[in-house]
Write a protein of this length. Structure first.
Length: 525
């Protein structure tokens, strides 16, 4: 009875958090896609590509800081899971001072190695050196605020305050809308203006995260200096292993972007940047789902309920894939029309970049909750060395592929192959750490995913050509694809228990809405 009560409570909280995040995501996605079009039109292909490379270069360092964010969130969740003799304030303060030190080190690297690379190695358009340097400095300062703000971000997620998280990220999207309008009206150097406004946005959002946490979370109100070296060593030791994985992620994202720039120039970087915009819009649904789920996986494991933690990780992997698949497959089949409607004009390679980016995302999404489960155990050494080592191969292989004269989009074949191998390697690591049988993951996740994918892809292949490439035709096609995908997922992607639970939840929501409407009508009468 206790297990059922905990599970019901967790599911209710997870559903509530996910609804908040999805409502935000739909609106943010619409705003983001619109602002991307305005920004591309205002900057042009070359300046858009320049910002994408420089901003991406700075983002390489921010990905490294993500190792400590995961460590902060994990340790806070573990403390909260103990329910006694816990001191989450000590975890927060330790993390804050570590982030401050990290910020100083990484900014020093940016102002030395970063400036050298921008001014000597980067493939920039003629006469855009000054604008590129201003963009770099603005990006570096924004990055500084981003790092210092990270512990507050981790606290919001650890306490599962997804409603606040949704509002803040919605504000970020609105600010970008204001920025795009300012670019549209500007007559000066729009790249310099854009970089400056992005810096102002970063400063404002950092202050909002700080103020919200100070008001709502007592563990952030008192910044005390933690004198216990063991507290710093514990977090840094945990982060040191995830550091390898973060370096590998840097190589797989921004490192590949820099290599593309070396061989192809900023216009191709603009095409990849647009593909990443589409990827971010689609994967935002999945990110929101796993953001709401991850604290529960960690807390369940920390409280000793290993089976619930594993079950959540498996379901999270499967549902994450289905959520992404519903969005990604119609976009893959109708990429030229969607890009035409969205951007009107777009650089060469954008279509193939979008399609391969979404295929790559479908592969990687299966690993997200498995990684959370490994982090929850605290036994991350094997995962860091094996997965990090595998993904470190991405950069040299991508360089080799382009050096041999293959097309720029060929780098995605390298990414897909290596991350597919990483998925199965990570699965064996979970087995090694938790002593579970692999048959459970194969039966509960991989087989349903493969069956559903084959059916949905075949259906989309046959119906995609039956409707004209106009607004009405594509709208009908996408609607049919969504309906059929949901039916296939219910029929072949879920167990009987999951199907009943899902239908019951939807039925409850419909009845609740109907009752609300009836009460409203009766009050009006």
């Amino acid at each position: 009875m206790k297990e059922e009560r905990i599970t019901a409570s967790d599911n209710k909280r997870l559903a509530k958090n996910t609804v908040f995040l999805y409502a935000r995501t739909l609106l943010v996605m619409a705003i983001t896609l619109f602002t991307s079009r305005v920004i591309l039109s205002s900057l042009g292909f070359e300046d858009y590509g320049t910002y994408n490379v420089i901003g991406g270069f700075v983002a390489m360092f921010s990905l490294v800081s993500g190792t400590l964010v995961r460590a902060t969130q994990r340790f806070i969740n573990v403390e909260l899971g103990k329910n006694k003799e816990s001191d989450p304030n000590k975890i927060f303060c330790t993390s804050f001072y570590i982030h401050c030190l990290l910020a100083l080190i990484l900014v020093a690297l940016l102002e030395t190695v970063g400036l050298w690379y921008i001014n000597t190695k980067m493939n920039l358009p003629e006469g855009r050196g000054f604008a590129a340097n201003v963009t770099f400095q603005c990006s570096a300062l924004a990055f500084l605020f981003h790092i210092i703000c990270m512990p507050y971000h981790a606290v919001i997620i650890a306490f599962e305050r997804m409603k606040a998280f949704a509002y803040i990220t919605l504000l970020s999207a609105v600010l970008k809308l204001v920025i795009s309008y300012s670019l549209y009206l500007s007559g000066g150097d729009r790249l310099v203006l854009y970089s400056s406004l992005i810096l102002l946005e970063a400063v404002l959002l950092s202050f909002i995260y700080y103020a919200y946490c100070r008001i709502h979370f007592p563990i952030t109100t008192k910044l005390r200096f933690v004198r216990e070296k063991a507290s710093y060593i514990k977090q840094m030791s945990f982060a040191s292993y995830t550091f390898i994985g973060s370096i590998a992620s840097v190589f797989a994202t921004q490192g590949v972007n820099l290599i593309i720039n070396l061989f192809s120039g900023v216009t191709v970087n603009a095409a990849r940047g647009l593909a990443v915009q589409v990827q971010n819009a689609v994967t935002k649904f999945v990110t929101d789902f796993t953001t709401a789920l991850n604290p529960q996986i960690t807390k369940s494991y920390a409280s000793g309920d290993k089976q619930t933690s594993i079950k959540l990780a498996y379901r999270g992997a499967k549902y994450s894939y289905f959520l992404m698949m519903i969005m990604a497959i119609p976009i893959i089949f109708k990429t030229p029309f969607i890009l035409g409607m969205w951007l009107n004009k777009f650089p060469e390679y954008t279509i193939i970049f979008v399609r391969l980016t979404l295929m790559y995302s479908l592969v990687t999404v299966l690993s997200h909750t498995l990684t959370t489960l490994i982090l929850a155990t605290g036994d991350i050494k094997v995962n860091a060395l094996m997965i990090g080592g595998l993904r470190l191969l991405i950069l040299p292989f991508c360089y080799l592929v382009l050096k041999l004269g293959f097309e720029p989009y060929s780098v995605y074949y390298v990414l897909i192959i290596i991350d597919t191998i990483s998925l199965f390697t990570r699965l064996y690591i979970v087995k090694y750490i938790t002593h579970i049988k692999l048959l459970g993951y194969i039966k509960d996740v991989l087989i349903p995913v493969i069956i559903v994918s084959v059916i949905v892809v075949l259906f989309n292949y046959f119906i995609s050509n039956y409707y004209n490439d106009d607004v009405l035709g594509v709208a009908i096609y996408c609607s049919l694809s969504f309906i059929i995908s949901c039916l296939v997922i219910l029929s072949f992607g879920m167990t009987q228990k999951e199907r009943v639970s899902t239908l019951h939840y939807v039925s409850q929501k419909i009845n609740k809405q109907r009752s609300s409407n009836e009460n409203r009508n009766s009050n009006i009468s």
